[in-house]
Design a protein around this ligand. Sequence first.
Ligand code: TRP
Length: 341
Amino acid sequence: MDGKERMPGGERVLTGDRTTGRLHVGHLVGSLQNRVALQDRHELFLLLADVQALTTNFSHPEGLRESVRGIVLDYLAVGIDPRHATIVVQSLVPEIAELTVYYSMFVTVNSLRHNPTIKAEAAERGYKDLYYGFLGYPVSQAADITFCKATLVPVGEDQLPHIEQTRRIVRRFNELYGAVFPEPRPLVGRVPRLAGLDGHGKMSKSRNNAIYLDSTQEEVTAKLRAAVTDPARVHATDSGHPEICPVFAYQQAFNEDGAAEVHAACSAGRIGCKACKEMVAGRLEAVLQPIRERRQRFAARPDDISEILLTGTERARGIARETMAEVREAMKMNYLAESGQ
Ligand code: TRP
């Protein structure tokens, strides 16, 4: 234990990322910057959720490796410090899988079917018959959060049903077997999710509408040039509608001080889309350039990435083993202990 863990007011905080790709600028403003701030005040765990990624990638698991290692590079590049934050590979903590099985005994299928995020994701993927692992991933996520008894879980809005499900699982477990787990609270960031540059909701790899943290300046400029703006605007002197313009959301995220002025200028037809996009490109470059440099530096040291993963995961396993001992004791499944207490 170091001094940080004993810091008054510090909590155990856990959050995670599905390892289905790289992190983009939406993650940066929506969660990464917040995590960098949290790592100084709290004991932070970052879980690389590769098992959860398997729910939709089981047919091509070979892509997970690059994503796991790439996300660690993204973390380091934005300022996550592995001496302050514990980076954990989900599949290398078997106690999480074990806990998932125990929880699954008292979670009903209906409560999972009614989970709005599961419903939305199933609809998006056109699933008719749901895979067992997919339907149950909120149970596995409850195990992610509770193996280390986290009390605070920074997440996006869409994850709230899962945190609520975790809270119900914790209450039920404690009621059935005794008070082992604290009820975790969600921490939703203030920054709304950045939409894709094509104006079609979420950023995603398949839509090619996201700016990744390792993008080159040329890629950023090209993506912004192609970005959708207010469709009602034909000439630069037409008055624009920034509130419906995807590029204006980037002004708000990356040009906080100047966004109000751009809003006024766009609405009055005093700034055209080309100039506005160039402004955003400049702002983004100022943010991404140091991130890109740090990322390249870490990418040149692949052994360090392995070491970070090993150290973080070992630390998490130590905690997970202690939790499982308590779980077995509470469930009276500690057969090898002398007394049946
Ligand atoms: N489901 C989360 C997402 O898609 C990722 C995740 C996995 C997670 N395990 C977690 C988030 C535990 C918070 C806590 O973003």
